[in-house]
Structures are given as structure tokens and as C-alpha cells.
Ligand binder design. Structure first.
Ligand code: ATP
Length: 248
């Protein structure tokens, strides 16, 4: 029996500035406990899709004008970002967005702001994050601005984990990182998925790496899903090999 569908995006259209149609009917499903990759080149609509799920489009003058988004069968496309966070959906934006002037530990703690289960529980999660990211523990007192790109990406993911997420939306985690660090980040994602059961939807231009770690993949082109399938099948597909592998 396949696990239940956690996120169901059904035929969404997204328009920016009332005129620019960017998503032209995107549908995808993310099952509970899976890692799903959203692939495609620059401007294909990956970021827009993730933002639509977290209701982060308004700040970009974007709007879902058609279709629906459901979380565990419940419609959520009209909810605010804070409510999505409360329901366990946390976004890690592209470019990482650590607070440069705060220490790594202070950055991590900002991720727990929505929790109301007390300091001890938060401290426990912090230790858990450090167990997954030993590098962050070493750098806990360093100002984020003076840490490496890889450490900042880890910090951004760690901060998302501080909210005890059910699902993490990860936008281009490999962006700007050396291949070895990309692998380190993906290994941790796999670990979190296996041990914590955290579900991941990740947007990636690094198709090769993403398909290595994902269970399932969707390929976006010009605002439409042009192909989807089990990650292993996509990795062996001739069209995917020709057009996407080696990108990123
Ligand atoms: P990238 O890897 O470059 O982020 P992407 O697949 O994530 O690419 P999106 O960022 O979703 O793609 O962009 C999809 C299209 O929407 C692009 O043509 C982009 O120029 C356009 N777009 C994105 N944000 C806005 C905005 N705020 N206003 C107008 N157009 C936008």
C-alpha cells in the first residue's frame, strides 16, 4: 500500500502582476514520507510552485488563479504562510536567507518561534539539529555572515527543522555549493527523511544529484509538467539524459 498523499497540487495557474502567466496548470503529488524532486531549467517555474504551496506569492505580486492545493485532503490555497507553518509546511528559500548578523545558534532558534511547547522541547530539537549537522554545532557561536555557503545552507535547513516540520520545501539546496558539500547536504536530507519521516519537496537544477536522492520526480518546462516518474526511471530515461542530466 502506497503511503497517503500529503500534498496534492491540482492544476494550478499562477499569474504575476495580473498579467504574466507563469504556471499553466501544474499538478503534482507528494506522498507522506517521500522525497520528491521538482526539476527543470532556469525560469521553468520551480520556485513559483514552491511559493504557491507556502502561500508566499502575495509578496511577489503573484496569485494562484486556478486549481487547488490540498494538504492531507484539506484545501489550503487560501491560507496564509503562518498557517501553513503551523500545519507543518516549512519553506527553505533559495539563497538561504540566514540572518547575517546573528550567530548560527541564534539563526536556528528563530526557526522555533511558532512553537509553544516550551524551552526544554526547543532545546531538545536544537540538540537533534546539531546531531544531524555536526558542522553547525562546531560553528554555533559564529556569526552567520562569516560561515561558508555550505554552512549557511545547512543553517537554513536546520532552522526549518526547529519548527518540527512535517514537510520541508527546499528551493535549490545545491545552489552555489561545491559538489562535495552538495552531497553532504543531500545525505543529511536522506537521513532526516529516513529517521524523522520528514517529507521533502525539493526544487533542483542539479538533476543528477536530485534524482540520486529522490523517490519521485517531476520535470517542469515553461510552467508545465512535461514528465514525471519514479526517480530511478527518470534517471534512465533517454530524453532526461539528453536534456537534463549534467545540468546544474
Ligand atoms: P530559477 O531556478 O531561476 O529560480 P524557476 O524554475 O524556479 O527558476 P521561477 O523562479 O518560478 O522559475 O520563475 C518562473 C517564471 O516566472 C520566470 O519566467 C520568471 O521570470 C517569472 N517570475 C518569477 N517571479 C516573478 C515576479 N515576481 N514577477 C514577475 N515574473 C516573475
Amino acid at each position: 500500500n502506497a503511503p497517503a498523499v500529503l500534498l496534492d497540487v491540482n492544476g494550478i495557474e499562477v499569474i504575476y502582476n495580473h498579467v504574466i502567466l507563469v504556471l499553466k496548470g501544474v499538478s503534482l503529488q507528494v506522498r507522506e514520507g517521500s522525497i520528491v524532486a521538482l526539476l527543470g531549467g532556469n525560469g521553468a517555474g520551480k520556485t513559483t510552485t514552491l511559493r504557491a504551496v507556502s502561500n508566499l506569492l502575495a509578496g511577489e505580486r503573484g496569485e494562484v488563479t486556478k486549481g487547488s492545493i490540498a494538504l492531507r485532503g484539506e484545501r489550503v490555497e487560501k491560507l496564509g504562510t503562518a498557517e501553513m507553518v503551523r500545519r507543518g509546511v516549512i519553506q527553505v528559500m533559495e539563497g538561504r536567507h540566514c540572518f547575517a548578523h546573528l550567530s548560527i545558534e541564534e539563526n536556528l532558534l528563530t526557526g522555533a518561534y511558532t512553537r509553544s511547547d516550551g524551552k526544554a522541547a526547543v532545546a531538545q530539537t536544537l540538540e537533534k539539529v546539531y546531531a544531524y549537522f555536526p558542522r553547525l554545532k562546531t560553528r554555533r557561536s559564529s556569526q552567520a555572515a562569516y560561515t561558508s555557503g555550505g554552512e549557511q545552507q545547512m543553517c537554513a535547513i536546520g532552522r526549518a527543522l526547529m519548527a518540527n516540520p512535517k514537510m520541508v520545501l527546499l528551493d535549490e539546496p545545491s545552489m552555489g555549493l561545491a559538489p562535495q558539500i552538495v552531497e553532504e547536504v543531500f545525505e543529511i536530507v536522506r537521513d532526516l527523511n529516513a529517521k524523522e519521516g520528514t517529507t521533502f519537496l525539493l526544487a533542483e537544477q542539479n538533476t543528477t544529484m536530485a534524482l540520486c536522492y529522490a523517490d519521485y520526480g517531476y520535470i517542469l518546462e515553461n510552467g508545465r509538467v512535461v514528465m514525471d516518474g519514479a526517480a530511478r526511471q527518470l534517471a534512465e530515461n533517454e530524453d532526461v539524459k539528453e536534456f537534463y542530466l549534467g545540468m546544474g
